[in-house]
Ligand binder design. Structure first.
Ligand code: BG6
Length: 462
């Protein structure tokens, strides 16, 4: 079949998900508690329809069927995460044999189906005991994470060749320490900065540890949510606002991950406002050692900004928002269910930025997706007719294709997500999957987009 947008041979077609969002079985198989189990227990009202993480999409029991469906819709790769509190229930010490068995089964089943497993070590799910020691604020937790990472490499590194230390490490910083949408619901920028810094140190230690193993073809990286900043206008004040937003929300993790150091401008701002983290001797060298082999890019939405309309209240808590206002561009296209702007060209802009300013680091789209509420409205003959999702993916793929034509070093495209899953505080409000999941019966049913992506993968284009 002739296709208009052909992708390079060997392109990765797949999807991503995370342990807490699909496994379920939160109180089975010897799993310890993590912050989500704990937060739900204490404040179930914070979760949409009071649905918590205990059973989610039941991948723990249905993984074989799910992997069969992945195969059926043309996946050649799939990113999952390991639940730290399942593997090591209290965060450090004894490894849970049932968890080892489960992850071995999943990895082996994927490989048997010619689907390469990509594995994330940390996707928002701190073991509760370690959070009680201060979580990422405590440098000892960095050591516990490094031991956990080594254990994963030792147990699964013979078969897993793509590792990711963190998924969207800025999200727990924003959610847990600035904007109150993750546990522990703190609002304190200095603590946020410390958490962010220790996360990068943990990343670099895990990368260093991985490289002491001699796996022949393995690569290690990180997955970052990059939200390109677009200024309202070319006015210098708007440009400065956009530059600042970019420093806080993109370059804070992108620069250390790919260049091995923090942007000087960001350090200056933090110093000026007395928000610098505590560091240790040797950290700069360590960060250099943490430069990634492979960068996963999650792209959902752009960030539009303008110069501040009013001076910030400097008696209030220090916030990145002291330096810019969000800008609602007239006529912007919205996914109103999630409240996120849809801007397909953003994916191209990110890739060009990586090419021009980040050494054209090897990368792939690790997440892109569209969460829609009440998809049962769109069911015809038992199948969700999610034409909006097909249009969303196609629109992004066209721009990704253009980036590839312009020599961007991008190796694949993973959607969020394979099947409907539990979206943190939004629980099952917005559905993201190619496969719909009935949360009462756990029945899986492919949507129209599942058939579409199968042909895209088979034709390596569309
Ligand atoms: C990314 C995360 O932020 O976006 C996922 O890696 C998340 O964990 C996804 O589920 C979609 O966002 P949300 O908040 O709608 O689930």
């Amino acid at each position: 079949m002739s296709v208009q947008y052909k992708f390079p041979t060997g392109f990765w077609w797949g999807s991503a998900t995370s342990a807490t969002q699909i496994e379920g079985a939160a109180n089975e198989g010897g799993k310890g508690l993590n912050i989500w189990d704990h937060w739900y227990k204490t404040e179930p009202n914070r979760f949409f329809d009071n649905v918590g993480p205990e059973s989610t999409s039941n991948f723990y029991h249905l993984y074989k069927e799910d992997i069969r469906l992945m195969k059926e819709i043309g996946h050649n790769t799939f990113r999952m995460s390991i639940s730290w509190s399942r593997l090591i229930p209290t965060g450090r010490g004894k490894v849970n044999a049932e968890a080892v068995q489960f992850y071995n089964n999943v990895i082996d089943e994927l490989i048997a189906n010619d689907i390469e497993p990509f594995v994330t070590l940390y996707h928002f799910d701190m073991p509760l005991e370690l959070q009680e020691e201060g979580g990422w604020e405590n440098r000892e937790v960095v050591e516990a994470y490094t031991d956990y990472a080594k254990e994963c490499f030792r147990l699964f590194g013979d078969r897993v060749q793509k590792w990711f230390t963190f998924n969207e490490p800025i999200v727990p910083v924003e959610g847990g320490y600035l904007y109150d949408f993750h546990y522990p619901n703190v609002v304190d920028a200095r603590r946020a900065v410390q958490v962010a810094y220790h996360t990068m140190i943990a990343h670099a230690q895990a990368v260093r540890a991985y490289r002491t193993f001699s796996f022949e073809e393995g690569q290690i990286g990180i997955v970052l949510n990059l939200t390109p900043s677009y200024p309202r206008s070319e006015n210098p004040a708007d440009l400065q606002a956009s530059n600042r937003a970019d420093l806080f929300f993109n370059r804070s993790f992108l620069d250390p991950s790919v260049l091995g150091e923090y942007p000087a401008e960001l350090i200056d701002i933090l110093r000026e406002h007395d928000q610098l983290p505590v560091t240790e001797q040797g950290d700069s060298k360590l960060l250099k050692e943490g430069i990634v082999d492979l960068l996963g890019v999650n792209y959902y939405q752009p960030r539009r900004v303008k110069a501040k309309e009013h001076l910030p209240n400097t008696d209030g808590p220090f916030m990145p928002d002291w330096f810019f206002d969000n800008y609602e561009m007239p006529g912007r296209k919205m996914n109103k269910y999630r409240g996120w702007e849809i801007y397909e060209k953003g994916i191209y802009d990110i890739m060009m930025n990586l090419k021009e300013n980040y050494g054209n680091v090897e990368s792939f789209i690790a997440e892109n997706g569209m969460g829609v509420e009440d998809e049962s409205r769109f069911i015809v003959d038992g199948e969700v007719q999610d034409d909006y999702r097909i249009e969303f993916i196609g629109g992004h793929l066209k721009w990704l294709h253009k980036a590839i034509e312009e020599q961007c070093n991008v190796r694949g495209f993973h959607m969020w997500s394979f099947m409907d899953n539990w979206s943190w505080m939004n629980a099952y409000k917005n559905r993201y999957g190619f496969i719909s999941v009935d949360i009462e019966t756990q029945k899986r049913t492919p949507k129209k987009s599942a058939h579409w992506i199968k042909t895209v993968s088979e034709n390596n284009g569309f």
